[in-house]
Design a protein around this ligand. Structure first.
Ligand code: NAG
Ligand code: NAG
Ligand code: NAG
Length: 439
């Protein structure tokens, strides 16, 4: 990975501006020259900061670099705020994200938007208008992403996504405003989504919203895809629930924390939006672990061969068996002989299927509904999705795998200007089309 082209370009700019002739009557050439140099240095620094080497196959690479640089800046400002003792880093970061894009409840002729709560859990409900002649509507329970710590059902990205689903499917979309790290940790996030969903599934509530009890799906992206997958496993096993789910749609979901060296983790270790170390830190935060473990976890020291409990479960994400050669390429599994047994002792939740739905027992998987999994090539989580698809298929579940070669992590929420990406629009259309045909 080389930054050289930019250093060259920056050098060129430097030379060009240093030798510009001075017009008469301007500030002294010396001062002019030094401000030129300063400006050039700033431009070069900005370019150096923004530039990340990206494969040409990713959608709108320049725009992605700017988006990534913006996100990195927000992260660094939050780290500084944390360092100064003013606020927790994740609270500061979420404050920046939410205050930049929060949207109040609104309504149009096509969609009615209401903020309310389901059994104490905040939700934003989007009601599409019923189709003529069909009084009962389809419904999707949606769980937003953001590393279990960031974002909101009320920011414009998720508001626009859920409104589009409600409008195009004439459906009721319940977007859950579950509580986030560091206010709460695992399993509070899952408990929130389970509580809100169970409340919604009650016959009288479905009746109130004119929802067809046989046409309900759950969905989520990234960490929301993780929560949706865990929710699906809980609902499908709950004998007391009369209403079962018709589909689950998981968008680049996070599904496991045992192997941070899958081919996609190796291939995308420094990819934009979600480099590997950022993903591992989200995990450590979610499970309330110690940051000192992050580096050891990136080399799979937490699941080394001398950590017995982990070894048995790692067989469930054996990518030699679950991933095709077109994906594994020349990547080699990273299996340490000796590692750090303290990590699993201190964070046993790493081995809990409620945090890592990919490692659930086959007996659990076989009760899951028809499944849609969207994966992106430029995403550390690609193989989490691919392996889950394969395990579900082996358990007899019907799976649609929708892979985007130019996709990057998070792309589906980026559909409107100025953060509009061609792959954002295509992933959203493809997702909504699948829901329309299968829900
Ligand atoms: C992984 O564990 C081995 C054996 O305990 C240790 O030598 C190595 O430094 C650890 N690596 C990291 C990155 O912690
Ligand atoms: C993974 O799967 C391969 C092929 O099925 C098998 O040879 C190997 O022993 C498995 N590894 C583990 C750790 O289960
Ligand atoms: C983003 O939106 C702008 C303004 O509508 C448009 O000119 C541009 O082509 C769009 N870009 C992509 C990648 O969709």
């Amino acid at each position: 990975m080389s930054r050289r082209p930019w250093q060259k370009l920056a050098g060129g700019l430097w030379v060009a501006s240093s030798f510009r002739p001075q017009p008469a009557g301007e500030p002294s050439p010396g001062r002019m020259k030094s401000s030129c140099v300063l400006l050039t240095a700033l431009v070069a620094l900005a370019a150096y900061y923004i530039y990340i080497p990206l494969p040409s196959s990713v959608s709108d690479p320049w725009k992605l670099m700017l988006l990534d640089a913006t996100f990195r800046t927000a992260q660094q400002v939050s780290n500084l705020i944390h360092y100064l003792g003013l606020s927790h880093r994740l609270l500061a970061l979420n404050f920046i994200i939410v205050s930049l894009s929060k949207k109040s409840a609104w309504s149009s002729a096509q969609v009615k938007v209401t903020d309310t709560d389901f059994d104490g859990v905040e939700v934003r409900v989007f009601e599409g208008s019923p189709k003529p002649g069909e009084p009962l509507r389809r419904s999707v329970v949606y769980i937003h992403g953001g590393g279990w710590a960031l974002a909101s059902a009320k920011i414009r990205y998720y508001d626009e996504l859920c409104a589009a689903v409600a409008e195009e499917l004439n459906a009721v979309v319940v977007s859950i405003e579950y509580r986030l790290v560091p206010k709460v940790y695992f399993p509070a996030q899952i408990n929130d989504v389970v509580r809100a969903t169970k409340y919604f599934l009650q016959p009288e509530v479905l009746h109130k919203y004119s929802v067809d009890p046989d046409r309900i799906g759950i969905s989520g992206d990234s960490a929301g895809g993780n929560l949706a997958a865990a929710l699906g496993q809980q609902i499908s096993q709950d004998a007391n629930l009369k209403n079962k789910l018709k589909v689950q749609a998981l968008i680049y979901p996070v599904l496991q924390a045992l192997d941070f060296n899958t081919p996609s983790y190796q291939q995308n270790v420094n990819s934009p939006i979600l480099p590997r170390y950022v993903m591992v830190k989200y995990w450590v935060d979610y499970l309330k672990g110690n940051y000192d473990f992050v580096e050891a976890m990136t080399v799979n020291n937490h699941t080394s061969l001398d950590v017995e409990e982990a070894v048995a479960l790692r067989a469930r994400l054996n990518w030699t068996a679950l991933l095709p050669p077109s994906v594994t390429k020349n990547y080699k599994p990273v299996v340490q002989t000796t590692g750090n047994a303290r990590i699993i002792q201190e964070i046993p939740q790493l081995l809990d299927a409620r945090s890592a739905p990919l490692i659930a027992d086959q007996k659990v998987l076989q009760h899951l509904p028809k499944t849609y999994i969207l994966t992106c090539e430029h995403d550390v989580l690609r193989d989490d999705g691919l392996m889950y698809a394969k395990r579900l298929e082996s358990a007899g579940v019907e799976v649609t795998l929708d892979h985007f070669e130019d996709g990057f992590h998070g792309c589906m929420i980026f559909t409107s200007w100025p953060t509009n990406f061609s792959v954002g629009i295509r992933t959203r259309n493809s997702y909504i089309k699948w829901l329309d045909q299968n829900l």
